[in-house]
Design a protein around this ligand. Structure first.
Ligand code: ZN
Length: 411
C-alpha cells in the first residue's frame, strides 16, 4: 500500500483517534508483523507532541503456543511487574492506540476452557486498573490487514491481492482517499452522528421493540438517565477522541435485567479466535436464558455464563443497512468493522459515559441506576434489511426508528 496513504492513516489515528495532547505519553499495541505501520503511528505521535511512546508488541502464534504449553495456573497469573506497569499507566494517563490485525481463526484449536478461565482470572486483576483510567485517558482502536486476516476475508485471492483488497476496504470505511483530508472528513462525520442522536434523545424513549422476519422479536427497556451517543467521546476534562475507527453506530446502554424475547444473529461472531455461527439468544427477565448456534454453541454458552453480568445486555446500537461498511458487502470477521455494518447488541459491560452526569457518580451508583457490569463486552449483530425498530415513549406513543433496516423519516 502507498506510503502516503499509510502516513495519512497513522496521522488520523493520532490526531482524530486519540487526539494526543502535547507532553502526553502514548502506548501503541500492535502485532510484531505490523511493525512498519506501527512505526508510522509512533512517528506521528512524536510529531504531535508525545513525550514518550511505548510499543506493546504481541503475536498471535506465540500466544497460541503459550495457551498450549502453559498450565492454567501460570496463564492465570498477572506478574507484579505487569501490575506495576498498569499502575504506571493509571498514574501517568497516556493515550492508547490499538492496532488490530488478528487472524479471526488464529486461536482455533486452543482449549477454550483453559483460555476462558485464565482470561477471567487475569481480567479480575487488571480490570480495576482499566476502570481507574476510564474517562480519564483517550484510546482508539484501528485496524490494518494481516495476511491471514485478508485471506479469511478474500479466500479466493492470492495473498498479496487479498491484502491489497482489505487495505482498500479499510480505507473506504475510515474515509481516506488519495486527495481528501481525513481529519476534516471525520469532523464532519462526528457532527452528522451528533445531529442524529440529539434527535433520538429528544423522544426520551421508555423501551424499544425489535422485529424481523428472521425470527427476531425482542423488547428492551432503556435507562431514563441514559442518552444515545456516537462518534467521538468526551473525557471528564472535555478532551474529545474517537475510540473506534471506523464507527457508524449510535448507541446507548439499556436497563439491565429488563428485556424479553429472542434475537437472531445476522452475522457470525468472532470470539476468542473462534467463530460462532448462525445463532440466536432468548432473554427472559433481562437475562439470556437460552441460546442456539449451528457452530460453537458451547463457546457461546460459556461466554454467557462467564459471570453475573455476561447474561445481560450492556449495549444497544443502531446502524442503518445503508452505511459505508454495510455497502462494501464484505464480511470482515472483525467486530470493529462488522458491528458498524449492522444494528447490534452487546452482552456484558455497559458504558458509563452514556449516563447523564456520570462524571459525578461512582461506579456503584451507575450500576444501581441499571447499567450492567461484567468482565466481558461482546457485540453481536442482529441488523439487516428486514429489521424494524419502534420506540415507545412513557405515555405509550409509538415512533418508528428503523423501517426495513434504515432510519425512519421521523428521524
Ligand atoms: Zn457497538
Amino acid at each position: 500500500m502507498k506510503k502516503t496513504l499509510l502516513r495519512k492513516y497513522a496521522k488520523l489515528a493520532v490526531q482524530k483517534g486519540v487526539n494526543i495532547k502535547r507532553g502526553q505519553g502514548c502506548v501503541i499495541y500492535a502485532e510484531v508483523a505490523q511493525h512498519e505501520f506501527a512505526n508510522y503511528v509512533m512517528d506521528e505521535a512524536y510529531k504531535a507532541g508525545a513525550k514518550w511512546v511505548q510499543m506493546m508488541w504481541s503475536d498471535q502464534p506465540s500466544m497460541k503456543l503459550q495457551y498450549r504449553h502453559e498450565s492454567l495456573t501460570t496463564l492465570s497469573k498477572v506478574e507484579k511487574w505487569e501490575e506495576a506497569r498498569l499502575q504506571h499507566f493509571v498514574d501517568t494517563l497516556p493515550c492508547r492506540i490499538f492496532i488490530e490485525s488478528s487472524d479471526p481463526d488464529g486461536l482455533k484449536g486452543v482449549n477454550i476452557e483453559k483460555m476462558q478461565k485464565s482470561n477471567i482470572a487475569r481480567t479480575k486483576i487488571t480490570k480495576p486498573y482499566r476502570d481507574a483510567m476510564d474517562n480519564l485517558h483517550q484510546w482508539s482502536i484501528i485496524a490494518i490487514p494481516s495476511e491471514k486476516w485478508a485471506k479469511k476475508v478474500f479466500p479466493n485471492e492470492r495473498k498479496s491481492i487479498a491484502v491489497k483488497k482489505l487495505w482498500e476496504a479499510i480505507f473506504a470505511c475510515v474515509r481516506i482517499t488519495e486527495d481528501n483530508d481525513p481529519v476534516f472528513e471525520w469532523a464532519k462525520h462526528n457532527a452528522n452522528l451528533k445531529e442524529k442522536y440529539d434527535k433520538l434523545n429528544s423522544y426520551h424513549f421508555d423501551y424499544l421493540h425489535y422485529q424481523s422476519k428472521n425470527g427476531t422479536d425482542f423488547k428492551c427497556k432503556l435507562i431514563p438517565e441514559a442518552k444515545w451517543t456516537g462518534g467521538y467521546e468526551t473525557m471528564k476534562d472535555g478532551t474529545t477522541f474517537n475510540p473506534n475507527m471506523p464507527t457508524e453506530e449510535i448507541f446507548t446502554s439499556p436497563m439491565k435485567g429488563q428485556c424479553e424475547g429472542t434475537v437472531v444473529a445476522t452475522m457470525p461472531l468472532s470470539y476468542m479466535g473462534n467463530l460462532i455461527e448462525n445463532f440466536s439468544i432468548t432473554f427472559k427477565d433481562g437475562r439470556a436464558v437460552d441460546c442456539k448456534a449451528e457452530k460453537n454453541e458451547e463457546l457461546l454458552r460459556k461466554m454467557i455464563a462467564m459471570d453475573e453480568g455476561a447474561a445481560m445486555l450492556g449495549e444497544l446500537a443502531l446502524v442503518p443497512d445503508n452505511s459505508p461498511i454495510s455497502n462494501t458487502g464484505i464480511l470482515f470477521y472483525n467486530t470493529l468493522f462488522d458491528e458498524n455494518a449492522a444494528c447490534h447488541l452487546a452482552l456484558g459491560r455497559g458504558f458509563d459515559e452514556v449516563i447523564e452526569g456520570y462524571e459525578n457518580k461512582t461506579k456503584d451508583e451507575l450500576h444501581k441506576m441499571g447499567l450492567n457490569d461484567s468482565l466481558i463486552h461482546v457485540d453481536f449483530m442482529i441488523g439487516g434489511p428486514e429489521l424494524n425498530i419502534t420506540g415507545y415513549t412513557k405515555d405509550g406513543k409509538a415512533v418508528p426508528i428503523f423501517i426495513n433496516g434504515n432510519w425512519a423519516d421521523t428521524l
